[in-house]
Structures are given as C-alpha cells and as structure tokens.
Write a protein that binds this ligand. Structure first.
Ligand SMILES: Nc1nc2c(c(=O)[nH]1)N[C@H]1C(S)=C(S)[C@@H](COP(=O)(O)OP(=O)(O)OC[C@H]3O[C@@H](n4cnc5c(=O)[nH]c(N)nc54)[C@H](O)[C@@H]3O)O[C@H]1N2
Ligand SMILES: Nc1nc2c(c(=O)[nH]1)N[C@H]1C(S)=C(S)[C@@H](COP(=O)(O)OP(=O)(O)OC[C@H]3O[C@@H](n4cnc5c(=O)[nH]c(N)nc54)[C@H](O)[C@@H]3O)O[C@H]1N2
Ligand code: SF4
Ligand SMILES: [Mo]
Length: 732
C-alpha cells in the first residue's frame, strides 16, 4: 500500500484505537481511510510520470507557498513547490510537504458529529449533513430570538474560504466576529499604522543591515527568500539578532544578543538616541516626509546607551556601534518587526519605537527599506446583507483604544461574555480557529464555552475546540477544494488560486457549501448572497483582469511585476492624520496616549520563578500540525527549556518530568536542560497537552502553554501579552 498511510498502520496504534470504543466513534476506523483510498486506486509505481498536476497553495501556515499537487488515479501522491511562485519558488518546508497527511489522516474529521454526552466527554453520534445543518440553523434562529442576533459570536482565522464565514455572520446579523489578530499581530498593525499609515514589509534581500528582534524568521518563514537572507550574501549584509533564546535564526546571525525579555524598547530608544545626538539621521528625508522630529530629539535625551545597557543586558558599546552601523547602511537598513506582536502589554508603543527608528533612517519605500505592501485588486464581491433593527454594538466596543470592528479584541471579548456585559452571548460559531490552544488562560476559555447554549465548530480535525463543541462539521481540506482567488499582499504581491486536487474524502465539504446550506435554512434572502458555485465566484473575482485568469490557469499564480516596485507611495499622502510619517503622533496625544514611546521596565521575575516564553517551531504551525503523522514523528512531544545553571540550582536533570505552575494553571512535561535560553526565562513549543482524544498521536503528550499563560493584553490594540507570565518549576 502507499506511503501515504503506512505511518498509521503500526500494530501498536491500530490496537490502541480499537481498544478504545469512544475514540473509534470519533475518528472513524483506520480501515475506513484505507477503504476510501483503495476505492480511488493504488498509488502505484512512483517512477512513472504523473497523471495530473494541479496548482494549489499551501494551507499549512499563513505563508501560502505555491504548490503543485501530483495526482494519480485520484490520489495525491506528492506535493511539489510551484517554481513560478516567486516567494516559495523551489521548496516547501517540512509542514508544506506534510500537507498531504492533513488529507490522508485517519484522525481527520469525516462526518458531521453531534455531541451525545457532556461537553468534552467525547461521546459523539455520526449525523447526516441534513440533521447537523438543521440543528445549527435551529439554534441560530432560537438564539437570535432569545438574545438578539448579537448573542452569537463568530470566531475565525485567516484562510481562503474565511470570507464566506464572515459573510454568514454579517448576513445572519451578528456584529460579533472575533478573529485572530489580537492573538497575533494587532500591535504591529497599530504601532506601524500610527507611524506610516500601514504595516510595511522589510525588504530584507536588498538591505545591507538588518536588526531582527522578537521574530524568528528562520523558523517562521521557511522559504527560499529566508534562506537567501540567512546565507549572508558574501558578507555584504549584516544580521543583528535579539532573542532571549538561541533559535535557528541566532545560528545564522552575525551577532546574537540574548536580550532581557520585554526590554526591546530600551534598546531601540538608545539606538535612536545615538543616531539623533550624533546627527546620523537623514535630514532631507525627515524634513520632507515626516512630522515630529523636534519633539523626538527632546524625548530621547535620557535614553542613553549606558542607561539601556542596564535595562536590556546589551553592552553600551555594542548599542552605540550598532546604531552607527545601522545609520551608515541606511537607507538600506531595516529594524525587522516580525509578525506576531502578542508579547507584552506595552507592545503597541514598542512597535511605534521600531517604526520611528526606521523612519529616521529614511528607509521608506526604497530598496532595502520598509516597503508598503502592494495588493492586486480583484473585482469586489457585492452582496446585500439584511438589515436588523435590534442589533447592538459589538460586545467588546470601547474595551481598547483602537478596536478593529472586524477582528475584535479576543481576551476582552471573552471577559465580557463571562460577565454577560453589556449583554449575553450564548452561541459560538467557529471556523478554522482553535481558541482552546491559541488564547491565553485555557481555563477561562473553557469557562466561556461552558456557559454557551450552543457551539458549532467547522474544522478538518478534532481540535480541542471541536472536542468541546455540540456540533462538529468536517470541512474538506485545502487539497480537496477549489478556493476563491486570494490576493496576497507584500513587496511582491500575487494572486493565488487553489484548484481542487482530489475529491473530498468521506463526507467532508468545502466551507462555501456549508455556508450555503446554513444560509438556506436561515432565510431565502440570506441565501441569495451565497447562491453561486465556486467557479462562478472565481470568474467574478477575475472578471476585470483576463490576463490574471490566463496566468493563473497556466502558472497557478499571477503577479504584475516579478521584482519589487519602489517609491510608489511618494508624492501621495500617507494614510496618517498629517499625510506624512508621524514620528510624533497627534492622534495618540488626542486619545490620551503617549505621543512618543515612553519606556517602562517590565516586571522582573520574582525569586524562584521564570518568565514563560512562546515562539515558533519549524515543524509546527500553532496548535494544528502536531498531530500530523509525518510531523509528529519528527517531534512527538514538547519539552520545557531551562538554562543549565538554573537546572543545577534546582537539582533537576535533563529529561526528567517537571511540573510547571503559573497563576492560572499547572502542566507537566519533560525538562530540556540547555544553554540556549537566558537563566531568567523558560520556553516550550506550542500546541501540545491537548484535551481532545480525537488527536490520537499527541493526546497525553507534552504540555499546553495556553493553560499556563495569563490573560494580559495591550490596552491600545487589545493584543494579548503572552510573555508576562511567571512560572514555578518543581519535580513532577
Ligand atoms: N500559547 C500560544 N498562543 C498563541 C500563539 C503562540 O505561539 N503560543 N500564537 C498566536 C498566533 S501568532 C496566532 S496567528 C494564533 C493562531 O491560532 P488560531 O487562530 O486558533 O489558528 P490555528 O491554531 O492555526 O488553528 C486553526 C484551526 O483550524 C483548523 N484548520 C486547519 N485547516 C483548516 C481548513 O482548511 N478548514 C477548517 N475549517 N479548519 C482548518 C485546524 O485544525 C485548527 O483547529 O495563535 C496565537 N496564540
Ligand atoms: N513554523 C511556523 N511558522 C509560522 C507559524 C507557525 O506556527 N509555525 N505561524 C505564523 C504566524 S501566524 C506568525 S504570527 C508568525 C510569527 O513568527 P515570528 O514573528 O517570528 O514570532 P515568534 O516565533 O512567535 O516569536 C519570535 C521570537 O521572539 C522571541 N522573544 C520572546 N520574547 C522576546 C523579547 O522580549 N524580545 C525579543 N527580542 N525576542 C523575544 C521568542 O523567543 C521567539 O523566538 O509565524 C508564522 N510562521
Ligand atoms: S512556509 Fe511551509 S507550511 Fe508555510 S505555506 Fe510555505 S510550505 Fe506551507
Ligand atoms: Mo500569527
């Protein structure tokens, strides 16, 4: 039989499952996956030429690399990179290759399921789509009557079919969409947005000097451009890297500083101090393109390198030298902001400091600088959402200074649900989000879910969140769907199209179909907005661009220029209040916020406790790929990184089980004694310690960071502050 399945055929696992009746009902039997595949034929001799090659795009992480699926007899036997796809070109990372196993995974969701026992007990009944969808529509209708339509929240995370889910929320009439940005990058969007009017992308391949802090690019952007970047370009480009941990990026950097966590702003303000006091900035650029430099010059006076050195554990001489080198390389010099900014509660102001340093280097929209993202336009999807008179404001309205009406503020929203303030929310519709792993303080998320009258999750696996739902609907995986065209922004913006590579296995269905079926049951008027096929939808999206349609068909990707276009923002007002780059933010001053970033030191870990850090691991995407059979084999569980000297002090040996206790939870996992982390921090990879017995590879393995992290947040953007939790470690 094919390599696609051999992983699951080990006798141990097979027996393990068949001896557990509950799990068998949930995940279906392994034999059924084999049968489904057998029906579509053997994979056969892999040396023969493939029958069919289909363009798609990887859904294993946000990067969306270009993929060509090789298909024989209806079975996908290999995923290859699409060489025409500029960013990913000739490679797919480990997760991208393992995408095939997301489809041929015995643990995948196969049928609609309806909960039988208590929530989280794991007793499920296989249901027909008809019955499951009727139940969803009935609950949505009843909840709407009881609590208004705002009484149901719609949680979702980026994905090519997310549009239809957000449309359902709007057409149903709930303002309460709660998306991932406040667990991810909301402070970056806010901090850079307040300065440049947008969150730009660093042009790393053309930069001569890069300072990267709070971003582990070698494990978060595992693409050829990262490899080009890390190769160092014959010594032309210098990479200075700041991370309390020694990561894969540290290994490739020219200089690595194990900065004290939470003090990046001190380092940045000191760089600005040197550049301003030594007049190393770009005067002409500052005069024509920015506002507020004079206020900055006064503001940074106290922030000397000597002061910063004591804060962030980086020698003053190095800070001074790095500032001079950065300024000398400018404008081909960038302070790289990364993507995730859910670190500390001062995150938005810290990102402002990053943006200001970039601005005074004059690196705006030039080669090697900070480039505003281009985006290729698609024909707009116009639909009419019904109007309901009784819909209140968002539940989290007013909870943070700058609330995104589309994304909400995740942790604030949860607090208001728990307080039923200002109104009750009793229904949850969830698409492609797994808050029981992703949102800090898992106990609180469970509490929120417990008080819900109805929870429906649409997923491809039995995630922890699905496990605690009432109805679970199986979406077809990305390889089994045609998806809408996605316009991916960036320095090299592209259009990406996912063609269907294989028939959906079992009874899984694409999200568009699921949304259509729910809409139809809710209201004929609502259904009108969903009444098209995916092919018709794609044709409409491309109706203003026949060249794009042709190139997508021929190459699986469309771009207008294969090389970056610079200076397109010059001569036009930026999307800030003044139309210029705002070093000093009037907007912030008017809102009672510091108009220039003011440093406050993070709380130090109390004696005997350690700061818990989270961050990317190259094999895994968030809490979603740990159970994937191929990736699971690479790393079957997570460990707690603890510095050697601290382990000695605690008398704890490498490999022993330890208990990790925070103010909100306790977890147990294996200790990894290592020099790769500062003595005041500990780290664990994300996505283990699951609650769901439907994830048979990882259930019972490792520990869950979300169960330990306290729910603190940035008051400006609402972004979660995931690195402000201190933990105690003791023998388990
Ligand atoms: N402790 C901790 N928490 C974190 C982070 C961290 O590093 N540590 N990272 C944060 C960041 S940056 C982010 S962006 C968020 C991400 O967290 P989430 O927004 O929850 O996203 P994922 O964890 O990717 O979960 C997505 C869910 O979608 C499912 N899924 C995958 N593909 C499909 C599909 O095609 N269709 C459907 N319907 N479902 C699918 C997966 O099985 C999974 O259950 O987590 C944040 N939370
Ligand atoms: N392999 C993989 N790639 C991914 C993802 C994934 O889950 N897996 N998720 C994608 C998503 S949604 C996102 S948002 C991005 C996130 O990717 P990145 O933006 O690179 O962010 P992280 O890896 O979460 O965190 C970066 C590093 O910050 C370090 N750090 C912690 N505290 C501090 C501090 O105070 N100062 C400094 N200087 N460093 C600190 C951590 O140790 C960590 O190594 O990755 C994307 N790519
Ligand atoms: S980086 Fe890896 S997982 Fe992410 S889209 Fe590319 S191939 Fe897929
Ligand atoms: Mo993210």
């Amino acid at each position: 039989m094919s390599r696609l399945l051999d992983n699951k055929l080990s006798r141990r696992r097979f027996l393990g499952l068949s001896s557990c009746a509950l799990a068998t009902v949930v995940v279906g039997s392994q034999v059924k996956v084999l049968r489904a595949l057998a029906k579509s034929g053997e994979v056969g001799d892999l040396t023969r030429l493939p029958d069919k090659s289909v363009f798609t795009s990887c859904e294993m992480c946000v990067n969306k690399c270009g993929v060509i699926a090789r298909v024989r007899n209806g079975v996908i036997y290999k995923l290859d990179p699409n060489p025409d796809y500029i960013k990913s070109r000739d490679m797919l990372c480990a997760r991208g290759n393992a995408g095939i196993k997301a489809m041929y995974d015995p643990d995948r969701l196969k049928y609609p399921l309806i909960r039988e026992g208590k929530r989280g007990e794991g007793k499920w009944r296989r249901a027909s789509w008809e019955e499951a969808l009727d139940l969803v529509a009935k609950n949505l209708t009843e909840l709407g009557e009881k609590y208004t339509r705002a009484g149901t929240m719609f949680l979702s995370t980026e994905g090519f079919q997310e549009h239809f889910f957000l449309m359902l929320a709007e057409c149903y009439g709930s303002p309460n969409t709660v998306r991932h940005p406040t667990l991810c990058l909301a402070s970056n969007i806010q901090g850079f947005g307040a300065t440049f009017g947008t969150n730009p992308t660093p042009d790393v391949l053309n930069a001569d000097y890069i300072i990267m802090s709070g971003a582990n690019r070698a494990e978060a952007f595992i693409t050829p451009d990262t490899i080009d970047l890390l190769k160092g370009d014959g010594g032309r480009r210098k990479l200075v890297y700041l991370d309390p941990r020694f990561t894969k990026t540290s290994a490739k950097a020219d200089e690595w500083y194990p900065i004290k966590a939470g003090t990046d702003m001190a380092f940045i303000l000191a760089l600005i101090h040197v550049i301003v006091t030594e007049s190393l900035y770009d005067r002409g650029f500052i005069e024509t393109m920015t506002v507020g430099f004079d206020q900055l010059a006064v503001h940074i006076e106290p922030y000397t390198p000597e002061w910063a050195a004591a804060e962030c554990d980086i020698p003053a001489a190095d800070i001074r030298r790095i500032a001079r080198e950065f300024a000398a390389a400018a404008p081909k010099a960038v302070y790289y902001q990364g993507r995730r900014s859910s670190f500390f509660s001062n995150d938005t102001q810290m990102r402002r400091a990053m943006a200001i340093l970039n601005a005074i280097a004059g690196n705006w929209d030039v080669p090697g600088g900070m480039i505003p993202n281009g985006k290729i336009k698609l024909a707009e999807h116009v639909y009419i959402a019904p109007w309901y008179d009784d819909i209140p404001d968002r539940l989290d309205q007013g909870s943070v200074t700058y609330l995104s009406a589309k994304d909400g503020a995740w942790l604030h929203f949860r607090d208001r649900v728990l307080a039923a303030e200002p109104y009750p929310v009793k229904g949850m519709m969830i698409y492609k989000q797994n808050p029981l792993q992703a949102a800090p303080n898992r106990a609180k998320t469970l509490q929120m879910m417990e008080q819900m009258e109805f929870i429906c999750t649409i997923d491809i696996t039995m995630s922890d969140t699905a496990w605690y739902s009432d109805v679970v609907l199986p979406e077809a995986t990305y390889l089994e769907r045609m998806d809408p065209v996605e316009s991916l922004p960036g320095i090299l913006p592209v259009l990406s199209l996912r063609y269907q590579c294989a028939e959906p296995l079992f009874e899984s269905k694409p999200n568009l179909w699921i949304m259509q079926q729910i809409a139809k049951r809710l209201d004929e008027e609502v259904f009108e907005s969903f009444d098209y096929t995916i092919e018709e939808f794609v044709d409409h999206q491309l109706s203003n661009n026949p060249a794009a349609k042709q190139m997508l068909e021929e190459k699986g990707v469309y771009y207008e220029s294969p090389t970056p276009v610079y200076r397109s923002s010059y001569g036009k007002p930026l999307r800030t209040k003044s139309g210029k780059i705002e070093i000093y933010s009037e907007k912030y001053a008017e809102n009672g916020l510091d108009p220039l970033p003011v440093y406050t030191a993070p709380e130090a870990p109390p004696a005997g406790r350690y700061r818990l850090l989270v961050g990317r691991h190259a094999y895994f995407t968030h809490g979603t790929t740990q159970n994937n059979p191929w990736l699971h084999d690479l790393m079957p569980e997570n460990t707690l990184w603890l510095n050697t000297q601290e382990a000695k002090k605690l008398g704890l040996k490498h490999g022993r089980m330890v208990q990790v206790k925070s103010p909100v939870g306790v977890q147990t996992l294996k200790l990894e004694v290592t020099e790769k982390i500062r003595p005041d921090c500990v780290y664990m990879a994300h996505g283990f310690g699951v609650l769901s017995r439907g994830l048979t590879n990882i259930y019972g393995k490792g520990a869950c960071d979300a169960a330990l992290i306290e729910d603190k947040a940035c008051p400006i953007s609402g972004n979660a502050a995931m690195h402000e939790t201190f933990v105690e470690i003791s023998p388990a």
